[in-house]
Design a protein around this ligand. Structure first.
Ligand code: SAM
Length: 436
């Protein structure tokens, strides 16, 4: 990574590099960002992150503007400059950074990216964005299909299931910055005490919450600023995700399996709610499992953590059936696009059927590990019916020993939570009981 030599140029160059990795190499933004920001100051790192999230939220509109202003598309070997133009255009149209700062730092970033010869091109396009801003904004507003900023296949899928009005609300929620939700460790503190500590630390919060454990902050803050974070008083976890442990409702003395557990947000919450159960946490990704260990250690909780494939239980299961199983299945993550806007551009339409098959296979395997009378909670952070309601309907047809139990406050047997609802992420829950 080049070192910054003009105010803010480093953050623009790093953002272009991260976007290149996402858009051209198919890496996730959370993998790409640490690779390009290590030499940046805290402020530049934050700006780089803002630029990447913003560009990925509004990519189709930014591409429209750039294609309007370039005589012909850039050659493949100049793709990094396309990313840099996205960064510059985003600042001028969406961030309203001062034009001078946005243009000069972005042009300077071309040198950091070893593309000094193309500084004139970057400068020319960005000056045209500046000059033609009003016409460009009017052109953007007149294109209906550019408004949602989602890939066509995903927009069509969401519209076909939810209808045009609800689809618009989903698109809009997906393109907004997600709020920060805290989960207090109710073994160590209670809501009133922790709210008082937040007030002392001058961290703003919203009073209302559907769960005693969940607190929505007014503004995201660095976790290190959260009172008692290092001592395990509190974790960061979305409101919708916090419902998993409440719905699973493990009792003292029960054997509980958290399948697909990493990085361990729900594992820890199950234990915070019920420290006297025997909890086994399984995940096939050894790297992500390290975070389960870290979380449990920070929160001073105990679980048996196993690196194993959910579909090969013979390799890790001792044959004792479980009273409760949480299956937080691998999924399209279409419910958490507001936290991971790269999902829109990394996911392909053909992935959905593959994921649905994987979920069905894991679900069937987990069902065989459940005691008669036991409960399995199926969860995804998806909003697509193929992974959710249709998945469970197909499961019910395959298993005549299964019964669906009310899971939503409405008494409904499944719960599709949409992004932005109660300020939470998009999530799905279904609770299945095994007949005795
Ligand atoms: C949605 S994430 C789980 C999030 C986690 N429950 C939490 O709350 O922090 C899905 C997880 O499934 C794991 N996974 C995918 N395929 C698996 C398999 N065949 N066996 C076990 N784990 C698997 C992935 O490694 C990933 O960590």
């Amino acid at each position: 990574m080049a070192t910054p030599h003009s105010a803010g140029a480093g953050s623009r160059a790093a953002a272009a590099q991260a976007l290149f990795m996402v858009l051209e190499q198919g890496r996730s933004l959370s993998q790409a960002l640490p690779l390009v920001t290590s030499s940046l100051s805290g402020r530049d790192r934050a700006l780089c992150q803002t630029l990447c999230y913003g560009v990925l939220r509004f990519l189709p509109q930014l591409n429209f503007v750039i294609s309007h202003l370039l005589a012909k598309p850039l050659k493949k070997d100049l793709a990094i400059l396309h990313s840099l133009l996205l960064v510059g255009t985003y600042q001028l149209i969406f961030l309203r950074t001062s034009d001078h700062a946005a243009i000069s730092a972005t042009v300077e970033a071309a040198s950091l990216l070893q593309r000094s010869r193309q500084k004139g091109l970057i400068n020319g396009v960005l000056r045209n964005v500046q000059r033609q801003r009003e016409q460009l904004e009017a052109a953007l507003a007149s294109h209906d299909e550019l408004q949602h900023n989602h890939p066509r296949w995903l927009a069509d899928l969401i519209r076909s299931h939810y209808g045009p009005e609800q689809a618009e609300a989903i698109f809009s929620a997906n393109n907004q910055q997600a709020p920060m939700w805290l989960r207090i460790n109710e073994q160590r503190t209670d809501r009133a005490q922790y709210l008082a500590r937040l007030a002392e630390a001058d961290i703003g919060y919203h009073d209302e919450s559907p769960l005693s454990s969940a607190i929505q902050l007014v503004q995201p803050v660095d976790v290190q600023r959260l009172p008692g974070f290092a001592e395990g008083m509190v974790s960061v976890q979305d409101l919708a995700a916090q419902h998993a442990a409440w719905l699973l409702n493990a009792a003292a003395g029960e054997r509980v399996l958290d399948c697909c557990a990493a990085p361990g947000g729900k594992t820890a919450h199950i234990l915070e709610r019920q420290p006297d159960c025997t909890l086994i946490a399984v995940d096939s990704d050894a790297t992500r499992l390290q975070r389960v260990h870290d979380n449990l250690q920070r929160l001073q909780l105990n679980a048996e953590v196993i690196n194993g494939d959910a579909m090969q239980p013979d390799n890790w299961w001792n044959g004792e059936h479980f009273d409760r199983i949480l299956l937080d299945a691998p999924c399209s993550a279409t419910g958490v696009i507001r936290r991971h806007p790269d999902i829109k551009w990394l996911r392909r339409s053909q992935d959905i059927a593959v994921l649905a098959q994987l979920q069905a296979d894991i679900l069937d395997t987990m069902w065989s590990l459940l005691k008669p009378g036991g409960t399995l909670l199926y969860a995804t952070c998806s909003i697509l019916p193929a992974e959710n309601s249709e998945q469970i309907a197909a499961f019910m047809k395959r298993h005549d020993d299964a019964r669906q139990v009310a899971v939503a406050p409405t008494g409904s047997p499944d719960w599709q939570w949409l992004p932005g609802e109660h300020a939470g992420d998009g999530f799905y829950y279904a609770k299945l009981e095994k007949r005795t």
